[in-house]
Design a protein around this ligand. Structure first.
Ligand SMILES: O=C(O)C(=O)C[C@]1(C(=O)O)C=C[C@@H](O)C=C1
Length: 358
């Protein structure tokens, strides 16, 4: 074969490549149209039976030189790429998506609004341990000007032998103390059958990281009209996080706040890895308020203030931090809760950055 012949063959390939591209693009456009129709009809995009049928037809028509396995592989890539296109489009239509609602969702908690452009500080003990302990924290928070207090009554702990929380008794304490000090309260609920009951005692239902994909719990939280603080799962992707929020919003409860709390990585210097990039991504992709939990993400008191400032600089609508009257005696998270003095220093430093704007 002469050099001239080789060049002629390559020119033929170049032409076919462009033709293939045109055909592939045309196929992709049709697949997108199918995707839109599927969305309207509420039919899932991925259809393995349809894919199997198409592959069988292709293999039946295959005259070589590619073997059947190669044909299956090549076309499966095309199906997958088309499916990705359909799913990208579908994501834009989620109720939690910024494409569906341009304006920020604002959640009013007493005299503060979360998501309205004025970031908030939420603080409180990891666990509700006693009436006296919650009262002490509430008094310190009130004095500092905090108006939303967190406190865990149902504690999903790694070990079944660790303190499991005071349950309903803990919710009652939060209600009593919250009312006395004029504070709004947040507490985690772990059982779908407790959601309705909890609404009588607390102002915000928290769904914890371990329950981000507890779909029955998400549905139950979607059926009430109490605001929900949804934590990102330990290994939850941003896409999974948004779909978890969609579970709640699609049931009619539009009052959802997202909270980044660190994800599991190989890094051991912090308890989890605070994914700061999640903040601007979530703000771009969703209209829901985005907060950052600096206690669980870092697990380190010495870097909580810079991480809180980083979160606010990245666009977070608020920061959550754990505070305890005497952290060394705390029944959970003893190492990372701030005492009142430490909280004051932390809060002052964050306020001085001018990012909190309270
Ligand atoms: O035919 C369909 O139902 C499509 O949605 C199209 C298509 C494709 O483009 O190959 C896309 C996703 C499905 O998994 C199967 C096929």
């Amino acid at each position: 074969m002469t050099l001239r012949d080789l060049n002629q063959l390559r020119e033929k390939l170049d032409t076919i490549n462009v033709q293939l591209l045109e055909i592939l693009s045309e196929r992709a456009r049709i697949s997108q149209e199918i995707g839109e129709e599927k969305e309207k009809q509420g039919v899932p995009e991925f259809d393995p039976i349809r894919e199997k049928y198409m592959l069988d037809v292709l293999v039946a028509n295959n005259k070589g030189p590619f073997d059947d396995k190669t044909i299956r592989h090549l076309f499966k890539q095309i199906f997958q790429a088309s499916l990705n296109l359909q799913q990208e489009e579908h994501k834009k239509h989620l109720l939690v998506s910024r494409n569906t609602q341009k304006e920020n969702t604002i959640i009013n908690l007493g005299n503060i609004s979360v998501g309205g452009g004025k970031p908030v500080m939420i603080a409180g003990p990891c666990s509700v341990e006693s009436y006296g302990q919650v009262r002490q924290v509430a008094a310190a928070l009130k004095a500092a000007g905090i108006t939303v207090m967190r406190g865990g009554a149902y504690k999903p702990r790694t070990s079944p032998y660790d303190f499991q929380g005071l349950g309903k008794e803990g919710l009652k304490i939060l209600k009593e103390v919250g009312t006395e000090f004029g504070l709004k309260t947040i507490s985690e609920i772990v059982d779908p059958s407790h959601i309705e009951m909890a609404c009588n005692y607390i102002d915000v239902i928290q769904i914890g990281a371990r329950n981000m994909q507890n779909f029955e719990l998400l549905k139950a939280a979607g059926d009430v009209r109490t605001p929900v603080l949804l934590k990102r799962g330990l290994a939850g992707t941003i896409e999974e996080f948004l779909h978890a929020a969609e579970y709640i919003v699609s049931r009619g409860n539009t009052q959802v706040m997202l909270i980044e709390r660190g994800i599991r990585t190989y890094e051991k210097a912090t308890r989890n890895t605070l994914d700061i990039s999640a903040v601007p991504i979530l703000k771009q992709e969703s209209h829901l308020p985005v907060l950052v939990d600096v206690t669980h993400s870092t697990g380190r008191k010495d870097i909580m203030a810079p991480c809180a400032k980083a979160a606010l600089a990245a666009g977070a609508d608020g920061v959550m931090v754990e505070v305890h009257p005497e952290p060394s005696t705390a029944l959970s998270d003893a190492a990372q809760q701030l005492n009142f003095e430490e909280f004051k220093r932390f809060y002052t430093e964050v306020k001085q950055s001018g990012l909190l704007n309270e």
